[in-house]
Design a protein around this ligand. Structure first.
Ligand SMILES: Cc1cc2nc3c(=O)[nH]c(=O)nc-3n(C[C@H](O)[C@H](O)[C@H](O)COP(=O)(O)OP(=O)(O)OC[C@H]3O[C@@H](n4cnc5c(N)ncnc54)[C@H](O)[C@@H]3O)c2cc1C
Length: 257
């Protein structure tokens, strides 16, 4: 089985994020593997251990993403590929990322490609389905169970809390949802081994692409944080008075009644 994982380096939304001039300040953000991509790495390793083959992790990004790729290798993936766009492209969007990945995959014989359901930063959930459409292969999003037997894949798909049972065939792209598995932490021997595992670096020239081929189709006008929440108010006094005050606040101030 040739198994591939699409991995995105994202900023950590649990940490403080500073926005200035309509952009997130890179220097102040903490970067991690997109959490949904950790499910993909774990699932890829599990499927490989069961069915044989090799797991390759692919990222479109810059050289900073090497750290997250090494973490994926330390978890147990076999190889990593960084498609480094830093020197060639200034801007990009979901179209650009999917197009770059499409060209990368065109001469590969991928049996299974796993991506995250969404990236926690831009959260469009587009890259996986766009890539599968471009490659002309089957895809199922938000999966919570995967069983492969020969060319057949049996899948549980999360549908807003319900489960849809799907049977489809390889080659296949899936996007992974919380609940699919419990991603492992890299072990110390894993971290040591990862330093020696192959990490190939490509530029878009190596894929015979130039800037025009992957020019973004959308433009981000501004990025801003949600407004700060106002402090709550605690009502005091007799309970009957509190109820009256609450109703009047809901009616007159909040205009909810
Ligand atoms: C050249 C270039 C320049 C860019 N410049 C900017 C910029 O200036 N500002 C900005 O905000 N964004 C920039 N981007 C990023 C881009 O806008 C999106 O973040 C990216 O296309 C993913 O979209 P998403 O976050 O909505 O991912 P989703 O579609 O929500 O991600 C779902 C899954 O797709 C896969 N995936 C997503 N992105 C990647 C990736 N890069 N590599 C591998 N797998 C991936 C992962 O499995 C992920 O879990 C740039 C992208 C490129 C290619």
């Amino acid at each position: 089985m040739d198994i591939y994982v699409l991995l995105k380096r994202t900023f950590d939304t649990e940490e403080k994020i500073v926005v200035s001039d309509g952009r997130i300040e890179d220097e102040s953000a903490e970067y991690i593997i997109n959490p949904y991509d950790e499910y993909s790495v774990e699932e890829a390793i599990k499927q490989r251990d069961e069915l044989g083959g090799e797991v390759t992790i692919v990222t479109v990004g810059d050289e900073e993403a090497e750290k997250q790729l090494r973490t994926g290798l330390a978890m147990g993936a076999d190889k990593a590929v960084l498609i480094n766009t830093e020197d060639d492209l200034e801007d990009g969007d979901q179209y650009s990322t999917a197009k770059i990945l499409q060209i990368y995959f065109e001469d590969k014989e991928a049996d299974l490609i796993l991506g995250g359901n969404v990236a926690i930063d831009e959260a469009s959930g587009q890259v996986g389905p766009r890539l599968a459409e471009a490659l002309g292969i089957n895809y199922v999003t938000t999966i919570t169970a995967l069983e492969i037997d020969g060319d057949t894949a049996k899948i549980d798909k999360d549908v807003e809390g319900d489960v849809e049972k799907i049977e489809t065939s390889l080659p296949l792209l899936v996007t992974c949802q919380q609940g699919l598995n419990e991603p492992r932490y890299p072990s110390l021997p894993g971290i040591m081994k990862a330093k020696k595992k192959p990490l190939e670096e490509l530029e878009i020239d190596d894929l015979d692409l130039d800037e025009d081929d992957v020019e973004a189709k959308t433009e981000t006008i501004e990025v801003f944080l949600p407004p700060e929440k106002e402090a709550g108010r605690v009502l005091e006094g007799e309970i009957d008075d509190q109820v009256k005050e609450l109703i009047s606040l809901l009616k007159d101030d909040a205009k909810l009644l």
